[in-house]
Design a protein around this ligand. Structure first.
Ligand SMILES: [Fe+2]
Length: 291
């Protein structure tokens, strides 16, 4: 599509005020009153960014989007990111199809807690999940609130963690010896197994949200491989504690199937001063269900 034809689209996408219903847990919200098939105008994008920053995960129920709608919605909130280790959809290089056939024997893709692409130099501040074909039950994605997990730590632990830096790598998932390389030829999704995945990036272990000023833990068991400067046994013990702590205190929620979910708050920033505040894990239920 040309830029000219894009400009010709109508951009009034709010039917009225954006109606945001916070989840009882204080983490995530349902957003209504907007038709995401129309590109976002400035006020709609601002309202969504503010609600996203405040609630961490936004769920937009009953949005029937085609691929172009999804791309336009994404670009209404920020620039596209890079997806180096999964083959994107034909003609849609910024959409990854998370697909699993009913009789597929490969391991459940993305089944461990993770924060999308934390192994990159500039990880995405958010990703958007749009459900197209879902199982009759199950198939949900769970989210954990890194802000809440941070707030639940003692001041002594917080002061110990602040200033630490964590090392991230995609090797465990996408490297030649990674878990996805082992069953790549029986998986519907095309994984790009690469030695590039073994590169590492360092990010602060504690991030501060640029819009809310809230702090969050930025570690996840798929891509965080160590904390800078610690001995291996110290790494194992501290990271295990943090993962368990996020799991218990992060107040996981289920996103309902058939929805559109931007997760991990804040618009994409142009600098490295970005972060993700939540980790996610698809429900294991999908392993046992036909689509
Ligand atoms: Fe993910």
């Amino acid at each position: 599509m040309t830029n000219k034809s894009k400009k010709a689209k109508k951009t009034a996408s709010l039917k009225g005020p954006l109606r945001v219903e916070a989840h009882d847990s204080g983490f995530s919200a349902i957003a209504r009153g907007i038709d995401l098939r129309s590109p976002l105008d400035a006020s709609s994008a601002k309202a969504i960014r503010e609600a996203w920053a405040r609630h961490g995960v936004l769920v937009f129920p009953e949005q029937e989007l085609n691929h172009e709608n999804l791309e336009d919605f994404t670009q209404g909130l920020g620039e596209f990111g890079l997806d180096p280790f999964i083959e994107a959809m034909a003609e849609h290089p910024h959409i990854l199809e998370v697909r699993r056939e009913a009789d597929e024997k490969a391991t459940n893709f993305g089944a461990a807690w993770h924060s999308d692409w934390s192994f990159q130099t500039c990880p995405p501040s958010g990703t958007i999940l749009h459900s197209k074909v879902v199982p009759p039950v199950g198939g949900d994605t769970l989210y954990a609130d890194g802000h809440r997990a941070w707030d639940a730590l003692s001041p002594t632990m917080q002061s110990m963690l602040e200033g630490l830096r964590a090392i991230h790598s995609a090797a465990f998932a996408y490297g030649p010896r990674g878990v996805l390389a082992k069953d790549a030829n029986v998986r519907t999704m095309k994984i790009v197994v690469s030695e590039e995945a073994e590169k590492t990036q360092i990010h602060p272990l504690v991030r501060t949200h640029p819009m809310t000023g809230r702090k969050t833990l930025f570690v996840n068991p798929v891509y965080t491989v160590a904390i800078e400067g610690l001995h291996p046994e110290e790494n194992f013990t501290l990271l295990k504690f943090l993962y368990d702590h996020i799991d218990i205190n992060g107040k996981r929620i289920c996103s309902c199937s058939g929805t559109t979910v931007p997760r991990c708050i804040s618009p994409r920033a142009a600098t490295t001063d970005i972060f993700a505040s939540c980790t996610e894990r698809p429900s294991q239920e999908i392993d046992r269900l036909d689509r």
